[in-house]
Design a protein around this ligand. Sequence first.
Ligand code: IPD
Ligand code: CA
Ligand code: CA
Length: 257
Amino acid sequence: MLKSTLIRAVEAGAEVMQGYFQGEFKISNKEGINNLVTEADHASEAAIFEVIKNDYPDHHILSEEAGEIAMDSHIKWIIDPIDGTVNFAHGLPLCCVSIGIEEDGEMILGAVYNPFIKEFFFAQKGYGATLNDKKIQVSEETEVGKSCLVTGFPYTYLDQPNGPLEVFARLIRKGVPVRRLGSAAMDLCWVAAGRFDGFYEHKLQAWDSAAGFLIVTEAGGRVSDFTGRPYSPYQPHIVATNGKIHDELLNWVNGNV
Ligand code: IPD
Ligand code: CA
Ligand code: CA
């Protein structure tokens, strides 16, 4: 039942996104430069809430635009109604709906859906990860030097020692390809699918990473903070890899190379 509500909620948000895509909609700015929120983000969130509240009116919700809707519940829905809003606002089909579900603080279900390229990623704790119902696995690469990586850049906080620009420059100067899709949820899912060998980012929020974190883990990958400790979506740093390049990538990110 929880799984079916999750799938319907993600699909409801995605349908709203498709309705607005490349059309006319209101865009406003949040904190930082080009940190956008559109009418479509709010409408997607409302459609998602309708599905969840209909089935589970007592569940706790944390959602990017509405914030925390605290309830005394073991279950918490962590929602990004559009991940990749800047892409969405520019008509780039690299954006998705991302929803993770926690039970007593542990991620148990995650779904990420990009309706424009028709990719639906799903994971249930202990049951593996799928892309459009087919099992996925992380890559086999063992060296950062031969890897294809992906990262993202926060809207604030770019220039500092070992900050986003410094780490990016370090890897690029050594000839390591580092892509930037503009959607952390997609970055994580593409690591899970073995397209990228690793992903790192300096400042994510729980709604960016909740679902993707479980999807990578269930696809056989490893997700940690910058010290190598098991990942928590409630702190900013993330490194997600196929596991094999993880310790080496941590050294690159921390400047120990
Ligand atoms: C953003 C994207 C982007 C990441 C930013 C996020 P939004 O989410 O995931 O890839 O670099 O840090 O804020 O604003 O498009 O939902
Ligand atoms: Ca996001
Ligand atoms: Ca968002």
